[in-house]
Design a protein around this ligand. Structure first.
Ligand code: E4P
Length: 217
């Protein structure tokens, strides 16, 4: 499973990248706001750091305006994935970009039918929002499972990018189902290293080691 990091925080990306945990980056207008940076500048900086796909999202609602914004974002670097919303206009823009060989991430996906349309429009990635579905009492991982089955039935090449991943359990479940990629905030990726029995085991080993009176160095 590829890990994309869901942030525009350069320091956080650098920390995870140094450990080989970053196969790509996703951003959205809310994350750009949180970064306090100019979208073109911060996206360029991320693209210079990370070899894999970096998603940059359009904000227009009409297809022709999305295409104009997407072309500008795409010019930032070769590894830009243009992110468009799952609306009819977004699918129109997706098809136009895909026909030119550009990588598109179709975002704000909440149903298997939407995912099927994105694949047919040539999306490189479909982003089903696991956490936001869970917030609304719908099983987000079940959607990942449905899309996996549908894409495999017809051999669609669109990669399932599990988004809105909020917990370690979301990440594990998406990996178990076979999502191609997950994008998660840095804190969720780092939390995957934690286990209470690891902490307890380490505490006991440290205590016993101190009792030996030895030192390795
Ligand atoms: C990434 O592509 C999405 O925009 C992001 O994962 C949404 O996450 P959120 O629901 O936690 O805002």
């Amino acid at each position: 499973m590829k890990f994309f990091v869901d942030t525009a925080d350069i320091a956080a990306i650098k920390e995870l990248h140094a450990l080989g945990m970053v196969d790509g980056v996703t951003t959205n207008p809310s994350l750009i706001l949180k970064s306090g940076r100019n979208i073109l500048e911060v996206t360029k900086e991320i693209c210079d750091l990370v070899e894999g796909p970096v998603s940059a999202e359009v904000v227009a609602t009409e297809a022709k305006d999305m295409i104009a914004e997407g072309m500008k974002l795409s010019a930032i670097a070769d590894n830009i994935a243009i992110k468009v919303p799952l609306t009819w206009a977004g699918l129109t823009a997706c098809k136009a970009f895909a026909s030119e060989g550009k990588m598109v991430n179709v975002t704000l996906c909440f149903s298997a039918g939407q995912a099927l349309l994105a694949a047919k429009a040539g999306a490189a990635f479909i982003s089903p929002f696991v956490g936001r579905l869970d917030d609304n009492g719908i099983d987000g991982c079940e959607l990942i499972n449905d899309i996996r089955t549908i894409y495999d039935n017809y051999d669609f090449q669109t990669e399932i990018l599990a988004a809105s991943v909020r917990t370690v359990n979301h990440a594990i479940e998406c990996a178990r189902i076979g999502a191609d990629v997950m994008t998660a905030p840095p804190a969720v990726i780092k939390a995957m290293a934690n286990h209470i029995l690891t902490d307890k085991g380490l505490e006991q080993f440290n205590k016993d080691w101190a009792a030996t009176g030895q030192s390795i160095l």
